[in-house]
Design a protein around this ligand. Structure first.
Ligand code: PEP
Ligand code: MG
Length: 889
């Protein structure tokens, strides 16, 4: 019989997700649990792959298996496709092994044609229902299979509602619907040159091919790219007997979440539309009512739904998103899947489930992707501020976002590329808008509920969103948003709050995040479970204090140049950088050092008893120098104004800037190069560190300073700085009549340093990897240019799988790290090695650091939760599969 491409629901199982797609596998599973699922069969993902192999043709072997599946379905249901008195209608749904909500196509009511529509009308005695199903099918089939523009049907529908004098689709009567069907068929003939197909088998085969084909539509490809879903998976197609939520007032359709998808609250939550089909909710074209509508109208069905939801959650041990239909007071389940949820909900659900005993603590820690925590680490609207409220919709995805209003996805993408924050405002979003949603900071829709496409995708992307803001209207032609009697134009600034649903005029004041009890619990579990110490990269006492409260075990990196970024300090640093002589430099250093000493004291205090690693200054020079172009303009202005004093001074400044100008500041006169050529800078900094430490020691405070030398490439650089630092330390010790152990380490961020680590270690007491610069220098990429110009293309075209500045490139950069560790520890067993850089809060990178036997990771304060969770996950993974490390005991 050849390979099996079609599985009846009773032949499948929950474990067959790769073959049957998540939807097909879960439907099979629900059948075996004895739940009320309309029967059907699934065409496998292998059939999809073969479809593409055969040049987008369904192989005869597969079509004959589809016909066999259909024959069995006909037997089981006692109906037949195209039958004049017992017509079987089916849905044709997509479903990959990883759920991609709304990204591929679905066709409902297939099998309906001129004849079966009449028989359905006669049998049910509800002609309006039969014709409504037919007109929906024509529109779906024509737009998905025959490529007819869907808006042609929408316009006709609006026209017909006008003629009938009704506002809701469901208020059209049978005569109007019959008329509409004729108009729809006319559109099809005009657009395709053919009559609308009447043969149900032809409909079925074409629909199946079109659903396979939708695997490569634009929105699905973008979704896969964002979520790193492999292209080769393909989609399965599920054919299922139709049940009708549009069969009258005892029917309806809904979506139920076993817990709240925005807050995680442990109670059934969902939405319901009376007398409607599923697509109406998902597409956001009608704003549904809360599930209480079902509870009020059909309490027995509601109770059954609640029980079923509980059963499914226990079975899958995860929060479910269930699609259901009620046909004449009978409940049917159409789908269940792990629910998309906000980061806030994900944490509450996971911690609650672990506390309920449904999952273990390790499972709870593994279930949260650290990168998904970022919305929780964002600022929210200050609850005490006075807001200029424009209106309130439904808060669908938490967090606050401020940006300019943009009315279409393309414009959102374009403006985002120029560095602007944008809020995408749409009547409703469709899956085609996904690229605009990715580019936006937040999403606002006028229609749709919290289970609409906009809401589901925004939650998935971690973007704040407000939906169903029905007091607003959008004029897409004029590009205006009307909020009551106020009008906003494209480009005006608004703030949206995805928790409260508020839409605010202008920029609203924001406050730092507050962690929920569940979040705190999860972080505590992470701290208890991890083995790799997590330190903080801080530049001020306030940050040190905050980091310590979050559980940082010391400071892994204090970037001393960042301490000079406030305007007062910056002025002195700029003068120091522009100085012509060591004497002049010392003058400005003497102003800077007391300020820096105060900061060091604050950081040491906040981190009492913990190590504090301070990096000697590593200024990318251009960040501290005035902008030459602006200065040239000012010179012109001074010339015109005839201000000779100012003119002379500015010209001298410009000349100095031109002398200091670097073609490539990323690899310029910075780091230890600056410290070696201008030794007084490092000398003064060392003095400030040692004096701060000894002052606190006198107060009885336990301080553990370490000094680290940036941007080394040669052991002689390490030696030169070490000599300077040691001499300075000795002078301070003599002055204080006291001393302490201050190790001097090497910041490993250039390939040559890694390759010659056995030489560098001769003068270094410890190593810290700087994976940001190590990535730049290994690739020869300047990060700003790469991320701003070509990296997006590289990722789109799979030249690179990941952005190497986010996910550590283990193959290249990782190899240099390994070499450095091996060479360093070969000369100095037990050498302490840490890592700083943006990779220390990324899951896979932290696992690599753990496996390579590093002694600590250090992250920015707001990323510490991600690092803690990544480290806990790394500990769990390495325990499960121990990996040999290069760490020497
Ligand atoms: C690094 O290069 O990884 C690093 C931590 O230093 P910075 O980001 O300050 O260049
Ligand atoms: Mg660096």
């Amino acid at each position: 019989m050849g390979q099996k491409y079609v599985y009846l629901f009773s032949e499948g199982s929950g474990a067959m997700g790769d073959l049957l797609g998540r939807k097909g596998a879960n439907l099979a599973d629900m059948i075996s649990l004895g739940l009320p699922v309309p029967y059907g069969f699934t065409i496998t993902t292998e059939a999809c792959r073969r479809f593409y192999d055969e040049g987008k043709q369904i192989h005869p072997l597969i079509s004959s298996q589809i016909e066999d599946g259909l024959a069995t379905l006909e037997q089981i249901t006692g109906k037949a496709i195209g039958h004049p008195t017992r017509p079987l209608l089916v849905s044709v749904r997509s479903g990959s092994s990883i759920s991609m909500p709304g990204m591929m196509d679905t066709i409902l009511n297939l099998g309906i044609n001129d004849k079966t529509a009449e028989s359905l009308a006669y049998q049910t005695n509800q002609p309006a229902f039969a014709y409504d199903s037919y007109r929906r099918f024509i529109q779906m089939f024509a737009s998905i299979v025959l490529d007819v523009d869907s808006s042609l049907f929408e316009e006709e529908l609006l026209r017909m509602k006008d003629i009938a004098g009704v506002t809701r689709d469901s208020d059209l009567d049978a005569d109007h619907l019959a008329d509409l069907i004729n108009r729809y068929k006319k559109i099809v003939s005009e657009e395709t040159g053919h009559c609308f197909p009447q043969d149900p088998i032809e409909q079925l085969m074409k629909a199946t091919g079109a659903v396979f084909d939708s695997w490569y539509n634009q929105r699905a490809m973008i979704y896969r790219r964002i979520h790193k879903i492999p292209e080769h998976l393909g989609t399965a197609v599920t054919i299922q007997e139709m049940v009708f939520g549009n069969a009258g007032v005892n029917s309806g359709t809904g979506i139920a979440f076993t817990r709240h998808p925005s807050t995680g609250e442990a109670s059934l939550f969902g939405e319901f539309l009376l007398n409607a089909q599923g697509e109406d909710i998902v597409a956001g074209i009608r704003t549904p009512s809360p599930l209480s509508l079902l509870q009020d109208n059909m309490p027995v069905v509601y109770a059954q739904l609640k029980k079923t939801a509980h059963k499914l959650e226990n079975h899958y041990r995860d929060m479910q998103d269930i699609e259901f239909t009620v046909e004449n007071s009978r409940l049917f389940l159409l789908q269940t899947r792990a629910a998309k949820r906000t980061a806030e909900a994900a944490i509450k659900v996971t911690v609650d489930m672990a506390n309920e005993g449904l999952i273990s603590r390790d499972e709870a820690l593994l279930r949260i992707n650290p990168s998904n925590l970022s919305p929780l680490l964002q600022y929210t609207i200050d609850p005490h501020s006075v807001l200029d409220l424009l209106g309130t919709g439904l808060g669908a995805s938490s967090g606050a976002a401020t940006g300019i209003i943009v009315f279409d996805a393309e414009e959102a993408e374009r403006l985002h590329r120029t560095g602007l924050s944008v809020i995408l405002v749409r009547p409703e979003t469709t899956p085609e808008d996904i690229h605009g949603m990715v580019a936006s900071d937040g999403v606002l829709t006028i229609r749709g509920g919290v289970t609409s496409h906009a809401a589901v995708v925004a939650r998935d992307l971690g973007k704040p969103s407000v939906v169903g803001c029905e007091s607003f209207t959008v004029d897409l032609e004029e590009r205006r948003l009307h909020a009551g009697d106020r009008t906003l134009n494209e480009g005006d600034v608004i703030t949206i709050c995805g928790s409260s649903g508020q839409v605010i005029n202008g920029e609203a004041p924001l406050v730092p995040p507050r962690f929920s009890d569940e979040f705190k619990t999860l972080l505590q579990w992470a701290r208890d479970r991890k083995t790799l110490p997590v330190l903080a990269s801080v530049n001020s006492p306030r940050e040190a204090d905050l980091s310590r409260r979050m559980g940082a075990e010391g400071v892994g990196l204090c970037r001393t140049e960042q301490m000079f970024k406030d305007p007062h300090r910056l002025g002195i640093v700029t003068k120091m950088m522009l100085a012509h002589s060591a004497y002049e430099r010392r003058k400005y250093l003497n102003q800077l050092i007391p300020i820096q000493k105060d900061d060091f004291c604050g950081i040491f205090r906040a981190m009492e008893g913990k190590p504090v690693t301070i990096r000697l200054i590593d200024p990318p020079l251009h960040e501290f120098l005035p902008n030459a172009e602006v200065l040239s303009l000012e010179i012109e202005r001074a010339r015109v104004a005839g201000d000779t004093g100012e003119l002379k001074q500015k010209i001298a400044l410009l000349e100095r800037i031109q002398i200091l100008h670097e073609s490539n500041p990323a690899f310029g006169h910075r780091g230890c190069r600056l410290g070696i050529t201008y030794p007084e800078i490092y000398e003064c900094q060392t003095r400030a560190i040692a004096e701060a430490a000894l002052d606190l020691k006198r107060e009885g405070i336990h301080v553990y300073p370490r000094i680290i030398v940036p941007l080394l490439s040669h052991t002689n650089e390490m030696l030169a700085v070490r000599v300077n630092v040691l001499n300075t330390l000795e002078q301070v010790y003599t002055q204080y009549c006291d001393r302490m152990d201050i190790p001097i380490g090497a910041f490993m961020e250039l390939p040559r340093a890694c390759l010659t680590a056995d030489r560098i270690v001769e003068y270094a007491d410890f190593f810290v990897y700087g994976t940001n610069d190590l990535t730049q220098s290994t690739y020869g990429f300047s990060r700003d240019d790469a991320e701003g110009k070509y990296l997006a293309y590289y990722l789109d075209h799979k030249i690179l799988q990941d952005n190497p500045f986010v996910v550590l490139d283990q193959e290249g950069v990782g190899q240099l790290i390994k070499i450095g560790i091996e060479k360093g520890r070969s000369k100095r067993p037990g050498l302490k090695i840490g890592v700083c850089g943006d990779h220390t809060s990324e899951q896979q990178s932290v696992l690599f650091f753990q496996n390579e036997g590093l002694d600590f990771i250090s992250s920015l304060p707001h990323r510490i939760p991600m690092s803690l969770l990544s480290a806990a996950q790394a500990a769990i993974h390495t325990e499960k599969a121990p990996v040999p490390t290069t760490k020497q005991k």
